[in-house]
Design a protein around this ligand. Structure first.
Ligand code: RTP
Ligand code: MG
Length: 155
């Protein structure tokens, strides 16, 4: 018997360089745990230009692409797999709108209101769909190994 109603969903979160370097990691993690998510995998990495470009490939034709790649490679990022029921849309709701300065007005309790600055420097990432979540989790983590243990593998 499988009780689908309690089936967990997984999503990918990234604390971007402004979040890590601005010392927002502890507050963000506290918010994550208080909101009922389990952090099942995590690692701190430094993205290089190729990996950042590949991760954000969907935006490769946008005006802001070069600037985005520069931003996310400007320092270390903390990548996490978050699990709970309805994790993907609940995490998107918790991080708030893309523009950190607007988030402060319209979504004052969101994570981007707490540590975001503008439409680019918004301190946090969340997968936007089940397809994205699957792609993004396997982009950073070996999904063939058993889950459950927090992995602090550093690149
Ligand atoms: P994310 O993918 O990081 O969770 O953010 P998002 O869905 O809210 O925003 P998305 O449209 O996917 O954009 C990805 C990241 O690119 C930067 N950005 N800059 N200068 C600009 O107009 C602009 N627009 C977006 C942000 O860092 C955004 O999170
Ligand atoms: Mg996005």
């Amino acid at each position: 018997f499988c009780d689908w109603s309690t089936e967990k969903e997984a999503t990918l979160a990234i604390i971007k360089p402004d979040g890590v370097l601005g010392n927002h990691t502890d507050a963000i993690k506290a918010t994550i745990l208080q909101s009922g998510f389990k952090i099942s995998r995590e690692k701190i990495i430094q993205l290089d230009k190729d990996s950042a470009s590949s991760f954000y490939a969907e935006h490769s034709t946008k005006r802001f692409f070069d600037s985005l790649v520069k931003y996310v490679t400007s320092g270390p990022v903390l990548v996490m797999v978050l699990e709970k029921e309805n994790a993907i849309s609940d995490w998107r709701a918790l991080i708030g709108p893309t523009d950190g300065s607007k988030a402060k007005i319209t979504h004052p309790n969101s994570i981007r209101a707490m540590c975001g600055t503008d439409v680019e420097k918004n301190c946090i990432h969340g997968s936007d769909s089940p397809q994205s979540a699957q792609r993004e989790i396997s982009f950073f983590f070996d999904t063939s190994t058993s889950r459950g243990d927090i992995q602090h593998d550093e690149l």
